[in-house]
Write a protein that binds this ligand. Structure first.
Ligand code: GLU
Length: 339
């Protein structure tokens, strides 16, 4: 485990501005037009209820840290949040138990293996490795405050609702469908228990985790939820503080390393933003200090990331200047050495 002695140094922040509002709106529209006709990808069907999604749906939304909202297409269509919930439950747990405990108990390194891998657990002596794979997410959900599964579930629902700025409802059909077919997650929870890595009853924790994945959101919600992480933990639409600025930083670092399944490295290489996707076709991509993109389109690539969503994020990251790793030479300082 990497150890640092710099935890007491005050965290300074790097921010920047988005282009003017009309330019942002125009580029969102352009991204939608560019990729609405994209036909690649397959709708997830390992949870039977997800297979019913309309592959043509495509919504894009962007919330700025000043609360300005831009949207285009099917940004108000509800879908189950699935793995994207892992990002926000991680933030709530970080707020509860802190940076070092999350690092110690759950871990923050990519497994390089699929999100539902059992081999990853065995290869790492029962360490769930990170909160974005199912093993780590189930272990993280178990760390939510509450003495019973019911209390933990209420804390999850209430916490994610504060990120969204409205009360999130459950998709009962998806919950029933996933509950009847999630033998693998039950196996992962039992394996975690066998390694002494899961607090509480494994079946109950899997049930809370499955509920959290079945909460209904829209691309608009994802943009507001992400913008809260971009805004030092204050929801820019409601003005309510949801988590601390340090928790946002910690959560975003985990998303950068592990948020986009086993292609997290390629995502960072092309798009340069912390992000999380889910098997129902959503993506949230966060530009710290600027805002967040929420996208929805059900067809997925082989790793489980929405094809149209990824393409739109790559276009917008470039056009809006969001890539965290992009820079240009200073115009004055370097002038003497350039022709
Ligand atoms: N509820 C899904 C599962 O646990 C989430 C998968 C995902 O979105 O990656 O299998």
């Amino acid at each position: 485990m990497f150890e640092t002695d710099a935890l007491d140094v005050p965290q300074r922040a790097l921010t920047g501005d988005l282009p003017a509002e009309s330019r942002v709106a125009g580029l969102l529209l352009e991204a939608h037009e560019r990729y609405a006709g994209e036909q690649a990808g397959v709708v997830a069907d390992y949870i039977p209820a997800l297979a019913e999604a309309d592959p043509a749906l495509f919504g894009l939304s962007l919330t700025e840290v000043d609360g300005t909202v831009h949207r285009v297409g099917d940004s108000e269509v509800p879908f189950s949040i699935q793995s994207i919930s892992k990002a926000f439950v991680l933030a709530l747990v970080c707020e509860e138990i802190g940076h070092e405990e999350v690092h110690r108990i759950v871990g923050v390194n990519n497994t390089g293996l699929p999100f539902s891998s059992v081999i990853a657990l065995e290869l790492n002596h029962g360490s769930p490795m990170n909160p974005m794979v199912n093993a780590g997410a189930i272990a993280t959900t178990a760390l939510m405050p509450g003495d019973s599964a019911e209390e933990k579930w209420e804390a999850v629902r209430e916490g994610l609702s504060r990120f969204a700025g409205r009360r999130l409802e459950l998709d009962e059909r998806v919950l029933a469908s996933e509950s009847a077919s999630n033998h693998r997650n039950q196996g992962i929870a039992d394996l975690l228990t066998s390694y002494g890595r899961l607090l509480g009853d494994p079946a109950e924790i899997v049930d809370v985790y499955t509920r959290q994945c079945s909460l209904l959101v829209t691309a608009d919600d994802l943009a507001v939820m992400g913008a809260t992480l971009a805004d030092g933990g204050v929801n820019p639409v409601t003005g309510q503080r949801v988590v601390s600025a340090e928790v946002c930083r910690d959560t975003l670092s985990v998303l950068a390393a592990c948020g986009m399944y086993e292609t997290s490295g390629e995502w960072l290489f092309e798009i340069g933003l912390p992000a999380k996707s889910g098997v129902s076709g959503g993506i949230v991509a966060i530009a710290p200090g600027k805002g967040a993109l929420g996208t929805f389109s059900p067809p997925l690539d082989a790793a489980g990331n929405s094809v149209r969503g990824q393409r739109a994020c790559a276009f917008l990251s470039r056009a809006l200047g969001l890539n965290l790793f992009a820079s240009l030479p200073h115009p004055v300082k370097g002038a003497a050495t350039r022709e």
